[in-house]
Design a protein around this ligand. Structure first.
Ligand code: 4AD
Length: 457
């Protein structure tokens, strides 16, 4: 048969030519002897005008009874609509000309559709929790919506841009094990399992192995892979499995080199998304309206102490050597936006006590550390730091943080053979996309989310 044309490619230049398209029946409306079928493909729609005079009464009858979401294929000529069409429906018609014989390519007869999901809240009103759960329970249908199609295209673009940035900088892509003898980040958020009779856990991050790669002279490495956290709480921003984007690199002079990399990488990503995904951003905005992210070409860097000071001046009660809670982070995000006109910034020199055991203490004041967090719209997307490369100090810090040193002895030993000063960072892909599009829930940016209450579909 004829090669298929994507619905998104039905552009001005091909008006008048014959195309073959495949899509889902989005809507179906009979007006007189004409049937208007809106076909949807990957979030884009086109109106197909099926006329009885061209295709015959039987075909009209057949098309009319097709259930919504059926997949059909048709051949027709592209034309301009008489009246402008609304929404993502393109300003084009496809007039099916040939007999439409290959129309009944129905691969699936979806009983429920997006609008059925919309209706499933109480009294037909969408109730937030119910709606979210219903959507996720029917995720295969849910991801067909234009906004969701767009979200995952944006996510893919973010990942591509991160790679584009890394490869020319001679950063080596690595893959580290997800089955581990001990936890890497500490704390209770660990999935424990039995590894052929030996206690084991799922990797909470590639942290230990990416550092061991540096000990193995790999100099600059990155990894994109699954990260597992046995989170107990059910929040808008925590998943039990997410995609981690990790970098680890040698430091030449100062840990600010890591922040320099972050400061270049993200403005690049934000700019590229606007350039490469304008239609996708539109689609998301249509369903979940948001303002484009405000960021500075030169990424703002504040010290943790400066952040605390700003919060105090605004009347907030904060512990100068404690961690910021979600509310304080949000509040600081607002203050930073007002003062510096940016929704993307870094906060560095965190108190040592709130950072993982492997974090390098600040050489001039061991209450603090050479570490940083990065925020978009007042929420954390990344944490990073210089790491301890002295095995004695590393072991001491692990013990102080109540880590069972036996389970990570091969990691600590890696530093006994000599290691350069190094550091890196870890980003959560779902969080970046959630905050880039100002979405209210991380489940919207995870294809099949896993959280404290969900292991299916
Ligand atoms: O802050 P985290 O725990 O840091 C690490 O894993 C370090 N090893 C990174 C490093 O190189 N220093 O996690 C890093 C990022 C967070 O900033 C957040 O974006 C994301 O991972 N993240 C989560 N995303 C979704 N659900 C969760 N439960 C997450 N926990 C962390």
């Amino acid at each position: 048969g004829k090669e298929l044309t994507d619905v998104s490619n039905l552009v001005e230049e091909i008006v008048g030519s014959e195309v073959s398209i495949r899509g889902r029946v989005h809507k179906n409306r009979l007006v007189g002897t004409k049937l208007f079928v809106i076909l949807r493909e990957s979030g884009f729609t086109v109106q197909c005008v099926v006329e009885e005079t061209r295709v015959g009464a039987n075909m009209i009858k057949f098309v009319k009874q097709l259930s919504r979401e059926s997949v059909v294929e048709l051949i027709g000529v592209v034309s301009h609509p008489k009246k402008p069409l609304t929404g993502t429906t393109q300003q084009k018609n496809v007039l099916p000309r040939r007999s439409l014989l290959n129309l009944p390519l129905v691969v699936e007869d979806a009983a429920r559709s997006e609008s059925d999901i919309e209706k499933s809240g109480k009294d037909g009103k969408p109730a937030a929790r119910v709606l979210q759960d219903t959507r996720l329970n029917n995720r295969v249908l849910d991801i067909r919506t234009p906004a969701n199609q767009a979200i995952f295209r944006i996510q893919c673009q973010v990942q591509i841009d991160i790679m584009i940035c890394h490869y020319p900088n001679r950063v080596l892509e690595i893959h580290t094990p997800k089955l581990m003898a001990g936890s890497s980040e500490g704390g209770s958020a660990v999935f424990r399992l039995d590894y052929k009779g030996q206690p084991a856990c799922l990797a909470q991050s590639p942290q230990l192995h990416k550092q061991m790669a540096i000990c193995g002279d790999m100099r600059r490495v990155f990894e994109v892979g699954p990260v597992f956290r046995a989170e107990d709480s059910f929040t808008h921003r925590h998943l039990c499995e997410f995609v981690g984007l990790d970098v680890e690199m040698e430091i030449r002079m100062h840990y600010s080199e890591i922040m320099d990399l972050v400061g270049e990488l993200f403005p690049f990503i934000f700019t590229k998304i606007e350039e490469r995904c304008p239609k996708e951003l539109e689609s998301v905005k249509k369903q979940y309206p948001f303002q484009s992210l405000k960021f500075l070409p030169q990424t703002l860097r504040l010290t943790f102490a400066e952040g605390i000071q700003m919060l105090k001046e605004a009347g907030e009660e904060v512990d100068p050597l404690g961690d910021l809670n979600t509310e304080s982070e949000r509040k600081l995000g607002q203050l930073v936006l007002e003062k510096y006109k940016t929704e993307f910034y870094m906060l560095h020199r965190y108190p040592l006590a709130v950072r993982p055991f492997y974090t390098m203490p600040y050489e001039n004041d061991s209450n603090y550390s050479n570490s940083f967090d990065v925020f978009i719209r007042g929420e954390e997307i990344m944490s990073g730091a210089q790491r301890i490369h002295d095995p004695e100090l590393l072991e001491k810090r692990a013990r102080e943080c109540c880590i069972d040193v036996k389970t990570i002895s091969t990691y600590i030993d890696a530093f006994r053979y000599g290691a350069p000063p190094h550091g890196g960072f870890g980003v959560g892909l779902e969080r970046v996309v959630m905050l880039l599009c100002a979405l209210n829930n991380i489940r919207k940016t995870s294809l099949f989310p896993r959280d404290s209450q969900r292991l299916t579909p």
